[in-house]
Design a binder for this molecule. Structure first.
Ligand SMILES: NC(=O)c1ccc[n+]([C@@H]2O[C@H](COP(=O)([O-])OP(=O)(O)OC[C@H]3O[C@@H](n4cnc5c(N)ncnc54)[C@H](OP(=O)(O)O)[C@@H]3O)[C@@H](O)[C@H]2O)c1
Length: 201
């Protein structure tokens, strides 16, 4: 408990209101999450559309989804969160001032983009995609899974006439940002993309 008391003292002073340990961690992590979302998942979308006002469904409620939800909200998107287990999606939606989407409502909803942020499909894993084809009503699928490039979810989306934003783009933007932080020089984005595409092929 010494660490908890230390955090309280550093962040809010010893005798003020007492947030829970989870709230303290949330406050500490929030700026990193915002930066993370902006840096990693936003550029591939920004290259294709105006994010402000775009309707986005984020599928998943883990770390990658969290980064995307906060990054998108930060840029003025209208964001819904859907997850296999409703609880984490409801909590994430509440924390980010986004909206929770229930399974039953998805087939009636229309989005500009669906962001897939679960591990389903990674490494040709078995099992059904995290979203049924009937629930995929959007112009774009942003598939965060980067290996293989053509997951079952991507095949479903193509069959529905959706455009695909591949996970490899996010992967490369993440590396590019790290390159720039460490070297202070612009990252050779095209070259990095070529190398990653060759490695993942
Ligand atoms: N392209 C990139 O640069 C990049 C970067 C980071 C991550 N990613 C991708 O994003 C994925 C998720 O990463 P993460 O760090 O967010 O993982 P995580 O924190 O473990 O979150 C996993 C999420 O996926 C859901 N999920 C897991 N198995 C599922 C299944 N069989 N059906 C439906 N939902 C399922 C979980 O739902 P429950 O709450 O119900 O368990 C949870 O919401 C990674 O595996 C990777 O493919 C890509």
């Amino acid at each position: 408990m010494a660490g908890r008391d230390y955090l309280r003292r550093v962040l809010i002073g010893g005798n003020k209101a007492k947030p829970t340990f989870e709230q303290l961690i949330d406050e500490l992590v929030k700026p990193l999450v915002l930066l993370n979302g902006r840096v990693r998942s936003i550029p591939p979308l920004e290259q294709r559309m105006n994010i402000t006002g775009a309707k986005v469904l984020v599928v998943g409620a883990g770390g990658a989804a969290r980064a995307a939800v906060f990054g998108l909200k930060d840029r003025g998107a209208e964001v819904w969160v859907f997850n296999r287990t409703p609880g984490p999606a409801q909590r994430l939606a509440k924390q980010a001032r986004a909206r929770f989407a229930s399974k039953g409502n998805l087939k009636k909803m229309q989005f500009d983009v669906i962001v897939h942020a679960t591990p389903v499909g990674m490494g040709n894993g078995k099992g059904p995609p995290a979203l049924d084809a009937k629930d995929m009503n959007a112009r774009y699928l942003f598939e965060m899974v980067y290996r293989p490039a053509e997951t079952r979810l991507v095949k479903q989306a193509i069959a529905k006439g959706m455009h695909i934003i591949p996970g490899a783009e996010m992967f490369v933007h993440q590396g590019a940002r790290q390159f720039e932080i460490w070297t202070g020089k612009p990252a050779p984005l095209d070259e990095m993309m070529n190398v990653v595409q060759r490695a993942l092929a």
